[in-house]
Design a protein around this ligand. Structure first.
Ligand code: SF4
Length: 377
């Protein structure tokens, strides 16, 4: 099982917290679509033996593309790759792009899953984050989208300064009221070099508070699990049958090709990343060159990634896989490092599998880092 990720590096405006790669200048949109299609052709041999199960348009804001542009990229995938009969084809979309006409047009295209960047249903949160949409658009687009799509995910952000637990609960209840089957939810993080970091430094916005974020996370888990969602990854909650196939493949170390500026790729041995600069990307692709750097993952890197993704998901970390893939030294080390967290009930072992408890879930990244091996090579 393999996936193709397509990065659309444009946004209408910069959200204050964001450090992804995008440009707010749309002047090169057409040239970018042509370049993405060309990169797909240039790299088709990488997946000669693979069946593509998922196609994911991420960004940036993929919904700034016209549906005909999205269709042309999907057509290029079908022309050059072997695609399974029922691929998951996801489009990340922002509410301000999702007019009824656009949603209808998308529903007539091969896109069969929408991931909508709602973030909050409250105006004050949206303003603080500098989102391009307002609270009315947030609700309205979901109402419209559920008429045409069954497989919908929305993103929500918690731990926003001044967001009370009550307001956070209202956000979740509002999301549930639309009957959508999947929610991705992340704590607001302050990345360096973002507007948010600078506002906090100047005292214009309160800093985020880890304890508040943790309390919000527990509200989120309890509410969604009571509503029939499964927390299959620390930030992802899905009803049965609606787990993201794209993300699941990524967490299970399946191969993927990342197309577009800043997109990452993984072929089971090597990681690659495209240049995160639109003009340089366009120029290289026009000249028939792939602007990608690669590194071969060391055994230690592969082990660390496996532990990190495993502890964040319901599939956990297979101890026998550690032994067979990495050897006794890694196996003994993982168990030794896990011991304290097993005693503190942040981790538990079920048969052969090491997992985070409900109590440990929010701390999964820290727990995983305690099991990391420092590079031996
Ligand atoms: S829309 Fe998404 S990618 Fe664009 S600036 Fe906002 S958070 Fe970043």
């Amino acid at each position: 099982m393999s996936g193709i990720y397509i990065h659309i590096p444009f946004c209408k405006q910069a959200c204050h917290y964001c450090d992804f790669h995008f440009s707010t200048s749309m002047g090169k949109k057409e040239a970018m679509v042509a370049a993405l299609r060309k990169e797909l052709v240039m790299r088709k041999d990488e997946f000669k033996e693979e069946m593509v199960e998922t196609i994911y348009f991420g960004g940036g804001t993929p919904s700034v593309l016209e549906t005909i542009e999205i269709q042309s990229i999907i057509d290029e995938v079908y022309k050059n790759y072997k695609v399974t009969d029922n691929p998951e084809i996801t489009l990340e979309a922002n509410p301000d792009d999702l007019s009824t006409e656009k949603i209808r047009a998308l529903s007539e295209s091969p896109i069969n899953r929408l991931s909508i960047g709602i973030q909050s249903f409250f105006e004050s949160d949206l303003k603080l984050m500098n989102r391009a949409h307002n609270a009315f658009e947030a609700e309205n687009c979901i109402r419209e989208a559920t008429t045409y799509f069954d497989n919908i995910s929305i993103d929500l952000i918690y731990g926003v300064p001044d967001m009370t637990s009550e307001r956070w609960s209202e956000n979740i209840q509002k999301a549930l009221s639309f009957g959508i089957p999947h929610i991705s939810s992340y704590a607001l993080t302050v990345e360096p070099q973002t507007a948010l970091a600078s506002f906090i430094k100047k005292g214009l916005i309160k800093n985020v508070d880890d304890e508040v974020a943790q309390a919000h996370f527990h509200i989120l888990s309890e509410t969604l699990e009571a509503a029939g969602f499964e927390s299959y990854e620390i930030s992802n909650f899905g009803k049965p049958g609606y787990f993201s196939r794209n993300n699941t493949a990524y967490w299970q170390q399946k191969k993927y090709i990342g197309i577009g500026p800043s997109a990452h790729s993984y072929d089971g041995v090597r990681r690659g990343w495209n240049i995160n600069n639109n003009p340089k990307y366009l120029k290289a692709i026009e000249q028939g060159e792939l602007p990608m750097e690669t590194e071969v993952l060391s055994v230690t890197d592969t082990y660390n990634e496996y532990v990190m993704t495993g502890l964040r998901t319901i599939w956990g970390v297979s101890l026998s896989k550690i032994k067979s893939d990495f050897g006794n030294f890694f196996y003994d080390y993982a168990l030794m490092q896990a011991e304290k967290h097993l005693q503190d009930h942040f981790l538990y072992i079920d048969g052969d599998t090491l997992l985070t408890t409900q109590k440990g879930r929010f701390l999964a990244d820290g727990l995983a880092s305690d099991l990391f091996m420092v590079n031996l090579e």
